[in-house]
Design a protein around this ligand. Structure first.
Ligand code: NAD
Ligand code: MG
Length: 388
């Protein structure tokens, strides 16, 4: 039941946590949304299953070497296989692509996000790391090309919705909520002993491994502060973080008159994904609803900046702009990798990032090329930090 004027969506990172939720949203859209392209880096059996379900025009296997080893026999007739990261950039520019869901994890998603913005597309952005690394550059390009950025991150989706209640100059502050992660109540001694398995078990969200570790260190919230800074063009002084363990209030906007507007729903990424893909419309959703016949307790508390030093790093990167975001983000990606490999303690992730941020050569308005070089430099610095 594909309607002729379906919105044609390219899902980059389709096999990930966000990507798989997007596939469900598209499949349930009664033909309003059509997957025109699906990409994956590995796990191609999963990609082929998705292709059988949604019959896209293209599947993209970004790891070309791994793609050679895969049997593509079961790909549906009419679906063409493209390989290599360049295929992402070619596909997002195609005239038949209306919306690009950027759901690749980390800096690996930067160039395809950039290409989609450059092509003037509507970009549903899950890949927060792209905006952390190159926020001002992406926003400038979006203005030049007439591209629209729609947040998929649940906090930013909530803020985007709440901002509709007032004018830009009527906003006092944004309050990002954070679940606090699995170690919200742990003391400093406990935090030093955290194992990889403990850090991978998140209490309220089911996500990919990198963002799950980020949620445990609160680096995810740090990245989201920087993301909000560029997405909504507000200075760091107007951004705040509150711990809200239930993950029901997804964020809040406080206006100059003191009114606070929030968006609430059970934690389920299918809702913000659907909001971005169906925008400007609201449709019935797969996501569960709040049950207003039941007692419900919502708690809020200020975060502990001592136990979770990542937050200060996020505010600092949001204040400084320039090259601070790309360095913190790349250092964090490398440090998370080291932690998952057992080479770094949980409580060393943030100090490693802070040290690399401290020692980098700051520049206020870098080019994309300079950002990509600094990204590589920061990763090497983390390796040296670990060996030292
Ligand atoms: P994930 O690890 O589950 O999936 C990542 C996807 O990217 C996979 O499809 C993988 O094949 C692809 N990928 C990985 N490396 C790649 C590379 N080098 N080149 C091309 N493709 C590559 O990650 P996720 O949890 O779905 O997160 C995706 C993005 O969405 C991240 O930026 C994350 O911060 C953001 N996000 C996720 C959630 C969530 O609930 N999972 C919520 C908010 C924001
Ligand atoms: Mg989030």
């Amino acid at each position: 039941t594909e309607s002729r004027d379906a919105k044609r969506v390219a899902v980059l990172g389709a096999t990930g946590s966000v990507g798989a939720s997007a596939v469900e949203v598209i499949a349930a859209s009664q033909g309003r949304l059509k997957a025109i392209a699906l990409s994956a880096h590995q796990r191609f059996d999963r990609l082929i299953e998705q292709a059988k379900r949604l019959k896209p025009r293209w599947v993209i296997a970004t790891d070309a070497a791994a793609a050679k080893k895969q049997s593509w026999r079961r790909l549906p007739k009419g679906t063409e296989l493209l390989t290599g990261p360049e295929a992402l950039e070619q596909t997002v520019c195609h005239k038949d692509v209306d919306t690009v869901l950027a759901a690749i994890v980390g800096t690996a998603g930067l160039q395809s996000t950039w290409a989609a913005v450059d092509a003037g597309k509507t970009v549903a952005l899950a890949n927060k790391e792209a905006l952390v690394a190159a926020g001002p550059q992406i926003q400038k390009l979006a203005r030049q090309r007439g591209a629209t950025l729609l947040p998929v991150d649940s906090e930013h989706s909530a803020i985007y919705q709440a901002l509709k209640c007032g004018a830009a100059n009527e906003v006092e502050r944004l309050v990002l909520t954070a679940s606090g992660g699995p170690f919200r109540t742990w003391d400093a001694d406990g935090l030093r002993q955290v194992t990889v398995d403990e850090a991978l078990a998140h209490p309220t969200w089911d996500m990919g491994p990198k963002i799950t570790i980020d949620s445990a260190t609160l680096m995810n919230k740090a990245l989201e502060i920087v993301e909000a800074r560029w997405l909504f063009d507000l200075p760091a002084e107007r951004l705040m973080v509150m711990i809200h363990p239930q993950s029901v209030v997804h964020s809040l906007v406080e206006f100059v008159d003191g009114s606070v507007i929030a968006q609430l729903s059970p934690p389920d990424m299918r809702l913000p994904i659907q909001y971005a893909l169906e925008y400007p419309h609201r449709r019935e959703a797969l996501a569960e609803r709040l049950d207003w016949t039941q007692r419900m307790v919502l708690e809020f508390e200020p975060p502990d900046f001592d136990r979770f030093p990542a937050l200060e790093l996020g505010f600092r990167a949001a204040r400084e702009g320039g090259t601070a975001g790309v360095v913190v983000n790349a250092a964090n990606e490398a440090a998370v990798g080291q932690f998952l490999d057992g080479e770094l303690h949980f409580t060393e992730i943030v100090p490693a990032c802070a040290s690399v941020l401290e020692s980098h050569h700051f520049s206020p308005s870098p080019t994309l090329k300079e950002l990509l070089e600094l990204d590589q430099w920061a990763r090497r610095e983390v390796e040296n930090w670990v060996c030292a």
